[in-house]
Design a binder for this molecule. Structure first.
Ligand code: MN
Length: 433
């Protein structure tokens, strides 16, 4: 899995990519879809503070094939070249942009990222959100069922629900506070109005790169080979709408108003140095059924990422204060891996398609400051009032207010390898319409 593209000593002739704090060194090469000067959307790769126009490279003969394979979005590229063809870009780009390899074609394909609009990397065909953090499931379960927080199926089935693909938006797109039905416990009937308990959910999502035929499950051994890579995902949630609507079925309008993803798909190839054993199950927990278990998934099914949520309010920005970090945790201790989620999702014959998004579910760890949403961060135990989180300047939040901006980040760091990052997944709350 590791090859010359992971060599930590590799430097690029694009200076900004060599900054140790940069999310996009030559070892990362995440894929994106961008637009400059209102022109046609095209497929690019992030390198330092630049984007590489793959279309320009192909037009200049530095990449094989038709330049139009990179027009539109990554779905065009996947359809034209297949997942193997997309994977072949990494070694080619690693050579083209290496220090000392400077060529006119490679140089002319560079565009300042700040001059471009970053779009959805590919329009998702379908979106499924899992629930793979047992800490999240246990804390949230305890709010509704103090005596029985975790339902008995949790340790056997990767739980998920089918989300809404049409309202997935790229980082930077505003998120309008939804209206909906809510009902207070002591009210005789529901009312309609703006949601009052708006929340974020810090997640990673797996982008499918190659589909499977309807009726043909994907084995765990083949699962990751069908995936392109990962993006950050904010599963915005209106908790007061959710409380009233979700029983007995599941999340619907409480989540379908917006889901934000980061614009850069960090490929599984880039993440190869940061793989980790699947989190060990506590003694006494059942082992996964055979279709959800193999040696490779046990040994390296997890991805060791640090994940963070940052918050900035209108008042903080007016005073010139930067965002504050409100959560920091690890992505490595999920109860289920993306491989298991893919194998489970297709186990009944359901077909995944290129561009499908599989969310991990809120990433929460055991530590109280490593909880991936306000619902958990402000919870103080059964029956106790919520404890708002304190922000600089005397503000506090139990749930999000209009003007609040949430930014999710993730990065991977390991001794002997170059750190890679995911960029930002940001969204600002607009007042209800
Ligand atoms: Mn979620």
């Amino acid at each position: 899995m590791l090859d010359a593209t992971h060599d930590p000593s590799l430097r690029s002739f694009v200076d900004s990519a060599n900054d140790p704090a940069c999310d996009f060194p030559l070892q990362n090469l995440p894929l994106c879809t961008f637009q400059r000067d209102g022109g046609a959307p095209e497929v690019g790769v992030a390198l330092g503070d630049r984007l590489v126009s793959l279309r320009a490279l192909a037009a200049g003969g530095a990449l094989p094939g038709a330049p139009d394979d990179f027009l539109g979005s990554l779905s065009t590229t996947l359809a034209a070249r297949g997942l193997a063809g997309v994977r072949a870009l990494r070694p080619a780009l690693s050579l083209l942009y290496r220090d000392g390899a400077r060529s006119v074609v490679a140089e002319e394909a560079l565009v300042p990222a700040s001059a471009c609009a970053l779009l959805l990397p590919l329009p998702p065909r379908s979106y499924t959100d899992f629930y793979a953090s047992i800490h999240h499931a246990t804390t949230v379960g305890a709010m509704f069922r103090p005596d029985n927080p975790l339902l008995p199926n949790y340790k056997h089935v990767p739980i998920g629900y089918h989300g809404r693909a049409s309202s997935v938006v790229p980082s930077g797109a505003p998120v309008r506070r939804p209206r909906g039905q809510t009902k207070a416990d002591d009210a005789p009937a529901p009312t309609v109005g703006p949601a009052r308990s708006l929340d974020w959910e810090l997640e990673l999502a797996c982008v499918i790169g190659r589909g499977n035929r309807l009726g043909e499950p994907v084995s765990l051994a083949d699962a990751e080979a069908s995936a392109l890579g990962l993006v950050l995902l904010n599963d915005w949630s209106a908790r007061d709408l959710q409380r009233w609507e979700y029983q007995p079925l599941g999340p619907v309008l409480a989540k379908s108003f917006a889901t934000t993803i980061s614009p850069y798909v960090v490929t599984f190839e880039a993440l190869a140095p940061f793989r980790a054993p699947r989190a060990a199950r506590p003694a006494g927990d059942p082992q996964p059924l055979p279709y959800l278990d193999d040696a490779r998934d046990r040994e390296a099914g997890a991805v060791d990422l640090e994940v963070e949520a940052w918050l900035s309010t209108e008042r903080m920005r007016a005073r010139g204060e930067g965002p504050v970090r409100v959560s920091r945790g690890s992505f490595a201790d999920l109860y289920w891996t993306f491989g298991q989620m893919i194998a489970h999702h297709t186990s009944n014959g359901c077909n995944l398609e290129p561009g499908d998004l599989l969310g991990s579910g809120t990433v929460s760890n055991a530590a109280p400051d490593a909880r991936g949403c306000l619902l958990e961060l402000t919870w103080d135990g059964p029956g106790r009032p919520r404890r708002p989180i304190a922000l600089p300047g005397g503000e506090a939040r139990t749930f999000l207010e209009d003007g609040d901006e949430v930014t999710l980040r993730a990065s991977a760091e390991r001794e002997g390898f170059r750190r890679v990052g995911f960029g930002a997944c940001a969204g600002r709350v607009l007042p209800a319409g």
